[in-house]
Write a protein that binds this ligand. Structure first.
Ligand code: F2Y
Length: 318
């Protein structure tokens, strides 16, 4: 199935693949085709976000209505600032996603998360979830805190509840969301809601090779970086010779190059090479393709992707 291949492409996993296949081939919309992703509003939108936004565009192309949750209360519970500050970042994030070309419905969590029925359901979920499980689901997501707060275990319950309240069939997120999603799959069938399908995207490593690409760490390529920033950042990025694991440049090559991809090089450095697939490129790298060659390819591809987004953002006065 063509639509299924499009939706699955470049994801790490889909939990509930068969249900998704069924939905994609069902013209009667027995189950409403709604896909969502939530973001804690953030000061910088980067290429990790763009991987997820592109996936939402794939789902839109496959016939889904796309909902973007600007998760203001979640960011608040996760100590990201005052609600006022967070909402301002939410507006900014929405504009950047629009500049990226995403067609979607945007909703703030606070528009519905104070409703009586929503609140009662959070209490119900609180009774069914162990503290241990709630904390585990937050391992990668919760902000570092020497004295962790109760807010940290309220957060995943609300995220589970969002899936019900937004009538989501396909919940999308980075791999770090999987424990919350698995919890949702267990709990929601007992809350008058159908088990959600969950699609998980890869989480890119930071350009410094320390941890993940993150707005708070500055180890990123931003949606509005200038060509010169991109060239400089990639030139200086962590990219150990012959090493695949935790290599941010190879990860970007994996998810952002179009294959077949061509490396253009002067004859004296070995001339041009065409890689038909990422796997071919990875093999060549493990066998000694020079990091500088890889970086040149990746920088060119990133500039091609970022330039139209940056231009659109300028046009929109973002
Ligand atoms: O960014 C994150 O780590 C997500 N947990 C943010 C988020 C996603 C959702 F799908 C918050 C939510 F409330 C969600 O419903």
């Amino acid at each position: 199935n063509e639509k299924f291949d499009l939706v699955k492409r470049n994801s790490v996993e889909i939990i509930g693949e068969d249900e998704l296949k069924e939905m994609l081939s069902d013209e009667t919309n027995k189950r409403e085709k709604i896909a969502y992703i939530g973001f804690e509003p953030s000061g910088k939108i980067h290429m990790g976000h763009y991987l997820q936004i592109r996936k939402m565009m794939d789902l839109h192309k496959a016939g889904f209505k796309v909902v973007i949750l600007l998760a203001d209360f979640h960011a608040y519970l996760n100590q990201k600032g005052t609600l006022e500050e967070i909402r301002e970042l939410g507006e900014y994030n929405r504009s950047v996603f629009e500049a990226m070309g995403l067609e979607a419905d945007y909703v703030y969590g606070s528009e519905y998360q104070l409703g009586a029925q929503y609140t009662e359901d959070v209490y119900k979920l609180a009774l069914k979830t162990t503290l241990k499980r709630a904390r585990r689901s937050m391992e990668v997501i919760a902000r570092e805190d020497d004295n962790p707060k109760v807010a940290e275990v309220v957060y995943p319950l609300m995220q589970v509840n969002d899936i019900k309240y937004l009538k989501v069939a396909v919940a999308v997120g980075g791999m770090e969301q999987r424990k919350i999603h698995v919890l949702a799959r267990e709990l929601l069938p007992n809350m008058d809601f159908e088990t959600p399908i969950c699609l998980h995207n890869p989480v890119l490593s930071g350009l410094d090779g320390v941890g993940k690409m993150s707005s708070s760490k500055g180890n990123l390529i931003a949606a509005d970086d200038e060509d010169s920033d991109i060239n400089k950042k990639i030139k200086e990025a962590y990219c150990p010779m012959k090493e695949v694991s935790g290599n941010p440049i190879l990860e970007i090559a994996h998810y952002y190059l179009d294959y077949p991809a061509e490396l253009k090089r002067p004859e004296k450095y070995g001339g041009n090479i065409v890689f038909n697939t990422y796997e071919e490129l990875e093999k060549a790298y493990v066998e000694g393709l020079h990091p500088m060659d890889l970086k040149n390819m990746v920088a060119e591809a990133m500039i091609k992707i970022v330039t139209p987004i940056r231009e659109k953002m300028k046009e929109m006065n973002i």
